[in-house]
Design a protein around this ligand. Sequence first.
Ligand code: OAD
Ligand code: ZN
Length: 249
Amino acid sequence: MLKELEIADIIIDKLANASHIVVLTGAGVSAESGVKTFRDPDGIWAKFNPQELASIDGFMSNPKLVWDWYQERRAIVDSVLPNTGHLALAELERIVPKFSIYTQNVDKLHQRAGSQNVQELHGNIIENKCFDCNEPYFDNIEKDTLPKCKKCGGRIRPNVVWFGEMLPEQVLRNAERDASHCDFFITIGTSGEVYPAAGLPELAVRNGAFALEINANKTNISRLHQANIFAPSGLALPVIVELLKNKTR
Ligand code: OAD
Ligand code: ZN
C-alpha cells in the first residue's frame, strides 16, 4: 500500500512533532463511503437546487419537498459505512496528544468510525429540531406528515445549517480558537467554497500552523497549504497514519 502513494518526509516529521492537530473535513472524506459530494461533476448541487432544498425560504415554501429529500439522504447515510479515511482519522486521534475534527459533514460517519472529539459545523441530518423554538424532536418522521413541535406547535426541521443561516455559535468559536492555536492543520475533502469553514485553514496558517491539504483535486484554497496530497482521503490517510506509527514506534 505504501508504494502506491509517496508522502513527503516533512509531513510525517511535522506530524510526529505536533502537539495539537486540528482537522477540517468536507464531503470528500465520505465520498468513498458512497455519500455524494456537493460540487463534484456528479455532486448533489449538479442535480438539485440548494435554494429549494437547503434554505429557510425553500423550507417555508415547500416543506414536504425538503422533508422528502432529507429522508432520502438519511436513508443513504444509514445504509453506508465509515471508510478507511474515517477510520484512519479515528486512529490518528488515539496516537497524538491533542486532536480535534471540525466537520462540515452532516452524516456522523466520523463518530461512527470511533472519532471522539468531533464538532459539527453544519449540524447533522440524524437529528431534528423545532424551527421556531429549537427544541429537539425525537420521534420518527413518518412519510407524508409534517411533524409539529410538542412544546410550541412550530414546524420540525432537520438539525442542519442551511444556506444563509449562522453556524452553531459555540462550535464556530471552538473551531476558530483551535485553528489559531494548533501547530498542524489538515484540510480534507472540502472544496473550500463555503465560509466560514473555508476560512479555518488560512486562520491556522496565519497563526503559524503547518497546513496539509488532502483532496482528490486541486481547490481554490490548495495554495495556502504548505503541503498537498492530491489523492482520495481513503487512500492517503491510512498511509499517513502507518508512516507516523512506524516513525514514532
Ligand atoms: P464539496 O462538494 O464542495 O467539495 C468536495 C471536495 O471533496 C472537492 O474538493 C473534491 O475534489 C473532494 N473529493 C471528492 N472525492 C474525494 C475523495 N475521495 N477524497 C478526498 N477528496 C475528495 O463539499 P464541501 O466542501 O464539504 O453545506 O461543501 C461544503 C458545504 O457546501 C457543505 O457542508 C454543504 C454544501 O452546500 C451545507 O449544506 C450548509
Ligand atoms: Zn417549538
